[in-house]
Design a binder for this molecule. Sequence first.
Ligand code: FE2
Length: 292
Amino acid sequence: MLLSFFIPAALTFAAGVILSDTHNFTVKRYEIESDKVRKNVRFLQISDLHGMNYGPANQKLVAAVKRLKPDFVLMTGDIMSAKELGKSIPDTVDTAERLIRDISADFPVYFALGNHEQRVKWRPEIFDFSYEDMMKRFMDAGAVILDNSSVIRYEGIGIYGFSLEKEHYLKTKKIKPADGFLNRALGNRSRSCYNILLAHDPEFAEIYAAWNPDLILSGHYHGGVARLPLLGGMISPKFRPFPKYSGGRYKVKDSDMIVSCGLGMHTIHLRFNNPGELVCIDLRKKTEIGKE
Ligand SMILES: [Fe+2]
């Protein structure tokens, strides 16, 4: 009798959570202090949108970005989707391009690559548009593409976009980037700046931290799809249970790392206890903390 009530009630509740989490996003705020920055700076991280729309033409997402008034916006890959069931991949490129255009009208946008953008380059035979055309559209829309490259901003902030090679995303085996990989891809980090490394896949956090960035921003895991209290995200894109860096804030060697739970999904559209998130980071001059 009790079971015949509780099982349908639990299933209805779970369906409601999934429906809500796959259609809504929250603003996840972090505060970091550093004596390296010249002024207080706010920046946003948009990750793993996978061509999703929050409201017509992503109006809800764009409005949230404008409300937060960031100094700049960092996109950490998989903004479009190169793998979909029942959804048009070119539509996801259109959505990414429009979002870049709408945000970059007001704020600088820096764009690092995820495995979905890179898949268009790695598997050109399965797409009816080229990687070069797609990236030109993103640049023309206003994105600064950071594909193993960097920019130095006037606040004393260096932003580096790191692109992993295809073999490091293989689901069948773990191939770590070799020692010195980041130095070869990006050169030495700036010694005077607060350095932010945009690295889509958090799996190799210890290798990124060996390069000594002040902050690593990643995504890719979609929060582990379903999140459990205390245990965190349940599964990684390589189908490993309870991955170490599924979402949130971490300390890896001397680097801070923030892993976004992302804003979208691809192929199987599922999130549980894990709404999409727009990450907002306030980076403050060390002496400013506690004065407000
Ligand atoms: Fe990804």
